[in-house]
Design a binder for this molecule. Structure first.
Ligand SMILES: Cc1cc2nc3c(=O)[nH]c(=O)nc-3n(C[C@H](O)[C@H](O)[C@H](O)COP(=O)(O)OP(=O)(O)OC[C@H]3O[C@@H](n4cnc5c(N)ncnc54)[C@H](O)[C@@H]3O)c2cc1C
Length: 358
């Protein structure tokens, strides 16, 4: 099978790129792993600033129709023990963000491109052929061979393609996240359904996932002693006893869904080469404090679609080099604002979690 583009990875970045390439009439195949674990909803929030981008990409209605709900602001306790109320009423042109249902949104978008998707269960191999083409072998019980001019890594933080190409990444911290779904309660002191609070050992966020559940995520650094207390959800209330409002959300119940993973800031040392590029979290991954991981994945996918189109039309060797330069600049800007945000919290600057930001 010969296509212009081979995309590997089935998340928001890979699917968005596929949809945009299809609209441009550029042929592609999207390779994805066959057995994916049932997704654990992270309940990602999109800020109002993401809405114009979705509108520009003609994706706003898909995201809105599949969202859990609109968000109109959030509360935070960061830098002092006062609760700040951030109200989106003053934002323009959109006065709301979205609590997205990523799984459902992706399922809807996949229906547009499913005839170009190929699954595999036993991994993939990359072979560089003569004439600048790349061949990817998708392994099931048999092998499916896909040939393309451009290879795209959209495998998120796994960076599965970059690993095979021996491209290294720079990891800037060791932030990890542990999340659980808990019964929804409405806090008597908070009006918005998103609340962020910093504390001695890290920070946490609680937000309403749907009508019956909240999601609570605690962020700290890998190896921090609080992590051993967060292994059992039943211990969370004790571990977070010194928090002001976070602890109030931790209702005990059976069968709590729980997930942990990396949430660090990292960037691929190269996000593009002569005939490949990386997208979304594979190119750069953001600290969830930024609330911009998905917005960035959408923006990069749009940038990648125009870059690929230009490369195919003009065969300009600098096109991918320019893409990489833009990606590295975005990441440096992000890193600076992220670190400034952490430095606004000075109450525990001598504590293990916080001292690294000073
Ligand atoms: C706890 C947490 C909370 C977050 N909250 C927010 C938020 O509120 N707002 C926000 O905007 N962002 C948030 N983010 C970030 C956001 O989830 C990511 O930035 C975004 O999902 C990245 O999309 P992606 O498509 O690049 O990667 P992913 O969503 O990781 O998708 C990658 C895809 O590639 C597949 N894949 C992986 N390895 C392979 C392989 N070897 N072969 C084939 N396929 C493979 C995966 O199965 C997956 O389908 C949060 C992240 C975390 C961890």
């Amino acid at each position: 099978m010969t296509k212009e583009v081979i995309i590997i990875g089935n998340g928001i970045a890979g699917i968005t790129l596929a949809v945009l390439l299809q609209r441009k009439g550029i042929s592609f195949t999207l390779l994805h792993r066959k057995v994916e674990k049932p997704p654990f909803a992270l309940g990602e929030t999109l800020p109002p600033s993401a809405m114009p981008l979705l509108q520009q990409l003609k994706l706003l209605s898909v995201f809105e129709e599949n969202a859990y709900r609109k968000t109109y602001g959030y509360h935070s306790m960061w830098g002092s023990s006062r609760v700040t109320d951030i109200n989106f009423y003053h934002q323009n042109p959109f006065k709301n963000g979205l609590k997205i249902n990523k799984h459902q949104t992706l399922e809807t978008l996949r229906t547009e491109i499913k005839q170009h998707m190929i699954s595999y269960s036993k991994g993939f191999e990359i072979i560089h052929e003569a004439h600048g083409n790349t061949v990817v072998l998708a392994k099931n019980d048999g092998i499916k061979m896909v040939q393309g001019k451009i290879l795209v890594d959209a495998t998120g933080r796994n960076r599965a393609v970059l690993q095979k190409l021996n491209i290294q990444s720079t990891i800037h911290d060791e932030l990890v996240a542990v999340s659980c779904h808990i019964p929804k309660i409405k806090h008597p002191k908070l009006t918005h359904e998103v609340y962020v609070e910093s504390f001695k050992e890290g920070w946490g966020i609680v937000s309403a996932l749907n009508e019956t559940e909240n999601i609570c995520t605690i962020y700290t650094h890998k190896g921090h002693e609080i992590l051993s207390k967060l292994k059992e959800v039943s211990q969370w209330k004790t571990a977070l006893a010194e928090t002001t409002y976070l602890k109030d959300f931790l209702i005990e119940t059976d069968n709590i869904k729980f997930k942990g993973g990396n949430a660090n800031s990292s960037v691929a040392n190269e996000t593009a080469g002569s005939n490949w590029l990386a997208l979304g979290d594979a190119a750069m991954s953001f600290d969830p404090l930024s609330s911009h991981g998905i917005t960035n994945a959408l923006f990069i996918s749009a940038k990648a679609a125009t870059t690929i189109e230009k490369k195919l039309l003009e065969a300009d060797p600098d096109t991918f080099f320019e893409y990489d330069k833009t990606m590295q600049a975005i990441f440096q800007q992000y890193l600076q604002s992220k670190n400034e945000l952490y430095r606004q919290e000075t109450r525990w600057k001598d504590e293990v979690f916080w001292e690294r930001f000073f």
